[in-house]
Design a protein around this ligand. Structure first.
Ligand code: GLA
Length: 371
């Protein structure tokens, strides 16, 4: 294995453990996690692999096959820059429960596609440290550790969805997670049995400002919840009543979050009934709500979604935080070429770079890789 060879080359020793953690797409339940709501992501077949050994002196040595060069030697938390913050953040959150590590990572997640490479990195490191230091953490505790690293160390106020998907997903299943209780169920998502596919459309575009906008959406939700006298928007049971007392951005955000939680529950009901193709309409409704009420879409995402549906997709929506990244389309197998052509043509017409198409099958969450 490439990562093991690189580990031997860098540190002249065998790694104590090798772990892999995947990225994710979210089927539905967008911008609901930090509102104590429901999400339904699944892990993708791409992710991050880490070879790791414990140390005894508190130092971290770290290299990535995606950024060649000698290992970075990090002896204080402040020494972390760029992508290394996601790794060092996890160690920092564990404090004196570890004494450092030698690490090599290798990733095959398409860069910048919005498939949660940062969460995959946090979860793979948390899982490997848990194994070598015998920390006794559950997969959910590893997800929470990754989220804490991202919130408190990296400074991105994300919810729990991405890390939970990376830590807890199972092959062939989506993860239905209640972001308040952290109760979850792995829901079978056998698309092939229904003659369907989920196509990821990576727009190749990531708009700057995304992080500031994310924090702003979160703040809108929190102030709306305070005004409505509820702990979180999850608790809004009378939508019409809530909308009648809110104005402007807060009103729009609440409209999205409350209806999106209902859409997740409706999708679960349809999946249970075996009506996979019927979830398409809910994906479309989710996209419109994210575009018009939550205002986190982008022209590239809108064009991809519209062209996919025009080409015969049963439904499509942006996935993840927004402002670029990827959309997903639910497509009957025989319509896949037509959907691709429709999206390609729409991009070509506008002089945009061709998007990338990736077939997504629900994959397994974090696991140890046999050496
Ligand atoms: C990002 C965050 C998640 C979630 C989504 C939006 O991916 O990391 O916690 O809020 O955006 O659903």
């Amino acid at each position: 294995m490439r990562v093991v060879e690189a580990f031997r080359g860098a540190y002249a020793a065998e790694p104590a453990t090798v772990w892999r953690a995947p990225g994710r797409v979210n089927l539905i339940g967008e911008h609901t996690d930090y509102n104590d709501g429901f999400v339904l992501p699944f892990a993708v077949p791409w992710g991050v692999t880490a070879a790791l050994s414990p140390r005894t002196d508190g130092t971290i040595r770290l290299m990535s096959l995606q950024s060649p060069g000698d290992p970075a030697v990090i002896s204080s938390w402040d020494g972390a820059k760029g992508w290394t913050r996601y790794v060092v953040g996890v160690l920092a959150m564990l404090g004196s429960r570890t004494q450092g590590a030698d690490i090599v990572i290798d990733g095959d997640l398409p860069a910048g596609a919005g498939l949660s490479s940062s969460a995959a990195l946090e979860v793979v490191i948390g899982s490997a440290l848990n194994a070598v230091y015998g920390l006794g953490l559950t997969p959910m505790e590893i997800a929470l550790l990754g989220q804490k690293a991202e919130n408190d160390f990296v400074g991105m106020p994300c919810g729990i969805m991405d890390q939970a998907a990376s830590a807890l997903c199972e092959d062939g299943k989506a993860l239905f997670l209640d972001c308040r209780s952290l109760g979850f169920r792995n829901i079978p998502l056998d698309l092939a049995a229904h003659g369907m596919r989920i196509l990821i459309i990576d727009t190749g575009v990531h708009h700057e400002l995304a992080d500031g906008q994310y924090a702003k959406r979160r703040a809108d939700c929190e102030s709306a919840a305070r005004r409505l006298g509820v702990a979180a928007l999850r608790d809004v049971t009378d939508l019409a009543g809530a909308l009648s007392v809110l104005r402007g951005d807060e009103r729009k955000r609440v409209q999205h979050v409350v209806t999106e939680n209902h859409r997740v529950e409706a999708v679960i009901g349809l999946l249970r009934a075996g009506a996979v193709a019927e979830i398409g309409a809910l994906l479309n409704a989710s996209h419109l709500s994210l575009r018009d009420e939550y205002e986190v879409s982008s022209p590239e995402l809108d064009v991809a979604v519209e062209a996919a549906v025009r080409g015969g997709a049963r439904g499509a929506r942006m996935t993840g935080g927004g402002f670029g990244g990827s959309a997903i389309a639910l497509v009957a197998e025989e319509r896949v070429p037509a959907v691709r052509e429709s999206v390609q043509a729409a991009y070509a017409e506008r002089g945009w770079k061709e998007p990338r198409f990736l077939p997504a099958t629900p994959a397994r969450g974090a696991h140890e890789v046999a050496l």
